[in-house]
Design a protein around this ligand. Structure first.
Ligand SMILES: *Cc1c(COP(=O)(O)O)cnc(C)c1O
Length: 389
């Protein structure tokens, strides 16, 4: 059976270039990067090179990059570590309602510790409003954390304006840029970003590694205690193979950004033209143009996303729904809810996320099985039977 993977916002394969960087680190260059002998130096040279590559890609300094176990750890660390380090200034932080759960759940933990968190609303396209941000900032606010690109709908925030606003009020700005790397140009100095989370496995690097960029001078409490690694800010023996692959993956993602986005833009247009022509009663979620090309979120009215996902899976097409299945009820996505998408429309949402090797023939196949699946499901849908105006 033909297989088409359209779930690249969940994870990607490891590129051959990233894999080639990693392989020697498993059994040839196997030293502990913190050991003082030659074996250790060889390993630490690999880690240094990866750090340089990432710093170059985002216009940071190498000593502003701290390796972590991934985007989730980087988000947890940034939110809790900065909130704790500045607790004597105040205990209020601001984020948005559409963040990844790594950010939202970290904020929930802080609330249990007595912090106050403001969850900014978004408009129907998923954008945070600057006036809302300004209105929310108080004397006790220490941190604003707003994601660069949303992972469900692909909306790109006005990051620089948000960062500038936070700084006008003396507040630190963190962004979750996991979905932004390789999709939009990120220059931490120009964009006035103080802290930024990145992940490897969304950009053709290995799983289980990421980093936090932290501008020199910004204080943070360690999340993982236990050693002098990462300038005594993040304990644990450095995962040298993963870091090597991650460094290469970031370098390639940023080097090929223009080419990949151009290709994905054409693919997205091709896909949307066909879907809108062949399948009625759909709604495209997200911003009409201020969005990345690799993520398309579509609601198919009168049916449930989970059912579509399962039928597509039977035909070898991998997509995802944004909604998480909690107990018996299908909870609609918190992102679509915040964008004021009605629950019954949100429930029919599917995220298609394209990889850099996608072809037009893949899209033709996907549209064919998608059309069949939607027609089949609608033919048995009680909502359709009840009669749609
Ligand atoms: C995937 C993702 C994360 C989590 O990164 P991991 O490396 O998988 O822990 C965080 N934020 C966003 C926006 C993501 O898409």
């Amino acid at each position: 059976m033909r297989k088409v993977y359209l779930d690249n916002a969940a994870t990607t394969y490891v590129s051959s270039e990233a894999l080639a960087e990693m392989l020697p680190c498993f059994n040839t260059i196997y030293g502990n990067a913190n050991s003082l002998h030659e074996f250790g130096r060889e390993a630490s040279n690999i880690v240094d090179r990866a750090r340089d590559r990432i710093a170059n890609a985002i216009n940071a300094k190498s000593n502003e990059i701290y390796f972590t176990s991934g985007g989730t750890e980087a988000d947890n660390w940034a939110i809790k570590g900065i909130a704790h380090a500045y607790a004597n200034k105040g205990k209020h932080i601001i984020t948005s309602a559409i963040e990844h759960h790594a950010v939202l759940d970290s904020c929930k933990q802080l609330e249990k510790e007595g912090y106050e968190v403001t969850y900014l609303p978004v408009d129907k396209y998923g954008l945070v409003n600057l006036a809302d941000l300004i209105h929310a900032i108080k004397k006790t606010t220490t941190l604003v954390s707003i994601m660069a690109v949303n992972n469900e709908v692909g909306t790109i925030q006005n990051l620089k304006a948000i960062a500038k606003t936070a700084h006008e009020y003396g507040v630190i700005f963190h962004t979750d840029a996991v979905q932004a790397i390789g999709a939009v140009h990120i220059n931490v100095k120009d964009m006035e970003i103080d802290a930024m989370s990145m992940s490897s496995h969304k950009i053709y690097g290995p799983k289980g590694v990421g980093c936090l960029y932290l501008k020199n001078g910004i204080r943070i409490e360690p999340l993982i205690a236990g050693g002098a690694q990462e300038r005594a800010k993040r304990g644990g023996t450095v995962n040298v193979p993963a870091v090597a692959g991650f460094g290469k993956a970031v370098e390639i993602a940023v080097r090929d950004l223009g080419m990949n986005q151009q290709k994905l833009k054409a693919i997205r247009t091709y896909f949307l033209d066909q879907v809108t022509e062949k399948i009625p009663y759909i709604q495209i979620n997200g911003h009409p143009h201020q969005k990345i090309n690799g993520i398309v979120n579509i609601s198919f009215e009168m049916i449930e996303g989970e059912s579509i996902l399962m039928l597509l899976d039977l035909s070898g097409v991998a997509v995802s729904t944004a909604s998480a299945c909690t107990s018996n009820a299908l909870e609609p996505s918190h992102v679509l809810r915040a964008m004021n998408v009605p629950d019954e429309i949100a429930q029919g949402a599917i995220r298609f996320s394209f990889g850099k090797n996608i072809t037009r023939s893949d899209i033709d196949y996907v549209v064919e099985v998608l059309q069949k699946s939607v027609e089949q499901l609608r033919s048995i849908s009680p909502i359709t039977k009840a009669g749609r105006k």
